[in-house]
Design a protein around this ligand. Structure first.
Ligand code: 13P
Length: 268
């Protein structure tokens, strides 16, 4: 991993666009092509910041073809995977299939999956293991709801989510792990945790990772913030202490806007 940060941080920033259930495979091709052009126009140093898109499953093959065919400097991944590798699991998608499509990342435990699909800690832990079996970097999403934040219990809540997801795993068993702190009250609402709040949680997460997995692992692990990140707040957020990038929903669906967001984050 290349160093691109001052202050001795060894972590390359990562900006990942979670498309959620938006854009079919034709639209995916258009977006990725336009995004690449916009990033070239803006002269974003692609070695200095990692950029990823996380499209719906049905788009991934098209994105792979474009990225590999045009040799784009862009990673991609999926929004979920099955905890199983193969078999009678109707509707599920194996990590093996994602690896075969060249995916680098997979989101695990996004709050929308926890909420709408009843994903619990045990399932999230199993999905992390499945991702690692197939050499996909798990992007573990954690975050508190509004009531928990208002009660002042957000740090305890999020650290408990981290403990539960990593239960029984050692550092060697989760290479490439990425954490994404996404306060549920900030997702798609236009509300965003300020840089101080993002930093407070990222620092707490890194501290707990050090306890669970050791200092070296914690120092190497990227911690993203997600929740209404836009071009105009991206720089302040990624400059916050212990925040290594952003997981972007709505603002990743417009190629010019997403390129501006990335440009801001790369320059912060
Ligand atoms: P928004 O950027 O649309 O708030 O979504 C955040 C998110 O859930 C990314 O995973």
């Amino acid at each position: 991993m290349a160093a691109n940060r001052t202050g001795g941080s060894p972590r390359t920033r990562l900006i990942a666009g979670n498309w959620k259930m938006n854009l079919d495979h034709f639209e995916a091709l258009t977006l990725v092509q336009k995004l690449d052009w916009a990033l070239r126009d803006a002269k974003v140093d692609r070695e200095a910041i990692d950029i990823a898109v996380l499209p719906p499953f049905t788009d991934i093959r098209s994105v792979q073809t474009l990225v590999q065919g045009e040799k784009l400097v862009l990673s991609y991944g999926a929004q979920d995977l099955s905890p199983h590798d193969s078999g009678a699991y109707t509707g599920e998608v194996s990590g093996r299939f994602l690896q075969r499509l060249g995916c680098a990342y997979v989101l695990i435990g996004h709050s929308e999956r926890r909420e709408h699909h009843g994903e619990d800690d045990a399932l999230i832990g199993a999905k992390i293991r499945a991702a690692v079996r197939h050499e996909l970097a798990p992007v573990l999403c954690v975050g508190e709801g509004l009531e928990t934040r208002q009660a002042g219990a957000h740090i305890a809540h999020v650290l408990a989510q981290l403990d539960a997801a990593l239960e029984g795993l050692t550092a060697a068993e989760v290479p490439g792990l990425v954490l994404a702190y996404e306060p549920v009250w900030a997702i798609g609402t236009g509300e965003t945790a300020g840089p101080e709040e993002a930093a407070e949680m990222a620092t707490a997460l890194r501290g707990r990772l050090a306890e669970l997995m050791g200092e070296a692992f914690a120092e190497a692990t990227r911690i993203l913030y997600g929740g209404s990140v836009k071009a105009d707040n991206a720089a302040a957020i990624v400059a916050a202490a212990d925040v290594d990038g952003a997981l972007v929903g709505g603002a990743s669906l417009d190629p010019a806007g997403f390129a501006s967001l990335i440009t801001e984050a790369a320059g912060a």
